[in-house]
Write a protein that binds this ligand. Structure first.
Ligand SMILES: [Zn+2]
Length: 126
């Protein structure tokens, strides 16, 4: 499972648009170290990475839809877009791509605000 470059760029942009870009790991090595910390229970809010969190949310969604086959498939966003033609009812996203990318990005933004590691956009000027 590897995100295609356009969808990886869209995920990064979605995180940056929500004012969370400063929390993204500086490089692949740091991201890998954070993932290891997450898996071993050594993670904390100081090394929380919203980009990796949305990555895992989407990967988990793909696993829920495709099962273990998702691991051998291509970009999970591309695969989910092919399998799910429109967003589920009751969500505010107009397109399935927005549902798949903005939905997790909105969730991590809310998580960061609730845990005090990010401020709501616009609040810095108050
Ligand atoms: Zn893709």
């Amino acid at each position: 499972m590897k995100f295609c470059q356009p969808h990886w760029d869209a995920l990064r942009e979605a995180i940056e648009l929500r004012g969370l870009g400063h929390l993204i790991a500086a490089n692949g090595r740091e991201a890998a170290a954070r993932t290891v910390a997450d898996l071993t229970g050594d993670d904390d809010l100081a090394n929380y990475d919203p980009l990796m969190d949305v990555h895992w949310m989407i990967a988990s969604r793909a696993m829920g839809v495709f099962g273990i086959a998702a691991l051998a498939a291509g970009c999970p966003v591309c695969e989910l877009l092919r399998a799910l033609p429109s967003p589920p009812d009751g969500f505010r996203y107009a397109t399935n791509e927005q549902y798949l990318i903005d939905g997790p990005a909105d969730a991590v933004q809310q998580y960061c605000i609730e845990h005090g590691i990010a401020q709501p956009l616009g609040s810095r000027d108050l």
